[in-house]
Design a binder for this molecule. Sequence first.
Ligand code: EAX
Length: 345
Amino acid sequence: MKKLLSTLVVSTMVLLTACGGGGGEQGKPAANGNDGAQEADGKSILLRVGHTLADTSHYEKGMEKFAELVESKTNGAVKIKSFPNGSLGGERDMIEGLSVGSIDMVLTSTGPMSGFVPEVTVVDLPFLFRDASHAHKVLDGEIGLDLRKKVEDTMGVKALAWWENGYRHVTNNSHPVNKPEDLKGFKIRTMENDIHMDSFKAMGAQPTPMAFTELFTALQQGTIDAEENPIPIIMTSRFYEVQKHMTLTRHFYSPSLLMMATAKYDALTPEQQKAIEEAAMEAGQYERNVVADMEKEYLGELKNHGMEIVENPDLQPFVDAVKPVYEKYEPKFGKDLIEKIRNTQ
Ligand code: EAX
């Protein structure tokens, strides 16, 4: 019932947004027979992409590049309109919306995917990747392709490309965190992801799963003590206003997936489909570089905003603390796959 309700809410929000979005009439057959939404000119197809981050975020910078590439590769026949700030709903709701056709495209982290395609959350295991370039090699290789295919087969959507959210770090409003024991008793917001929740339980905290769209208010009201997110989000979603401390724990590498409703994809010509796929890949590479630049640039700015940052914690105690998570999930994902990921050079 809850799921149905949330889907109805999303559909209504999308319809209201769509009408208010000035994107032309919803559903009017396109000049080339597509059933996509029309631009006012009645010639081009408008695809709406939802995400939860700020309009100054790495996701939005990637979206700007994606829109530019799609328009140039299709000579203006297909246009992209980004809806940041969770304006089309939280990630779980938008993912649901893809499957019921109320959302054209979504850029989401894999976090909330555990309820849809549990297999894809192998990438959410703690301390799995050596660094971002290791993660890129895995995601851009055979393993990443298999995971995208798994998403497509399970959900009946197009999983266009791996983008990046980034390495996640713990923030809190109480004291510096130098070791797992310092997390004891923290009510920490996590994504709606079993691995993330089990990891923080193993580290001694009390995980509270919550949609990103509710997070800032929960921090502001103090209903949770801590959260974890990449540096670009802590900056562009202004968490420094409600979190005093950060420790660069790098406990999860958080990839993102750009997905598209199959009906919208199928309504495009083969040339337009190829253009969308190429643009998604190229914009994803661009967006990863934006994350790297923001991580360098924003650490100093967060200090200027008053955050106290533990930059080089000893991570070994955190790695040791989450060993039970691997004992629990290795049988689920398969030891071979985890070893294959770890050994990718
Ligand atoms: O995908 O929910 C989160 O903490 C994510 O980092 C955010 O929605 C971007």
